[in-house]
Design a protein around this ligand. Sequence first.
Ligand SMILES: *[C@@H]1O[C@H](CO)[C@@H](O)[C@H](O)[C@H]1NC(C)=O
Length: 166
Amino acid sequence: MRGLCFFLAAGVAPIIVVLAAPTVTGTSHVLPPSRILARSRAVVTPAPCQPISSPPPTEQESAARFEKFAHAFIEAKNLTEAFTYISSVYKNHNPFAIEDGPDAALDVLGPLWDTVEITPIRRTFKGEFGWLNYQTDLFGEIVDKYKMEDGCIVEHWDQGEVYPST
Ligand SMILES: *[C@@H]1O[C@H](CO)[C@@H](O)[C@H](O)[C@H]1NC(C)=O
């Protein structure tokens, strides 16, 4: 997965890499995987989220924006809408994330997100962090943690995240 494996469980990365791997014959050149994946992205990339800094959003306002992101991402499954909340400096902590940034994330998610069956379980927002918990047919149960700054999602973790208990 070039970049973000927003919720992608680990097993997906090798599949994508295999599918994307070009066959080397004769003198043909191997294209960087990102260019190959980009052809199948088929997702309109929105302009990156614009930080809201004067004044910065309250926790409630941030929570409301996180809810819009969550709805677009796991219920409407509209990546274009969801990514209007993703910062241009988005940092992804998934171990398969080769690159940071929204484009890398869409390279991974675009080709498969429509086909993943998602059952939302719960979500919450506290301080500057949001959590999503949902079940998928392909990757099992997922807990994603996000950091939001100035109304934009700037960071994501999905390795052994623990859903907050309170
Ligand atoms: C997805 O969201 C974008 C941006 O809000 C919107 O323009 C588009 O119509 C939506 N697509 C669908 C299928 O609802």
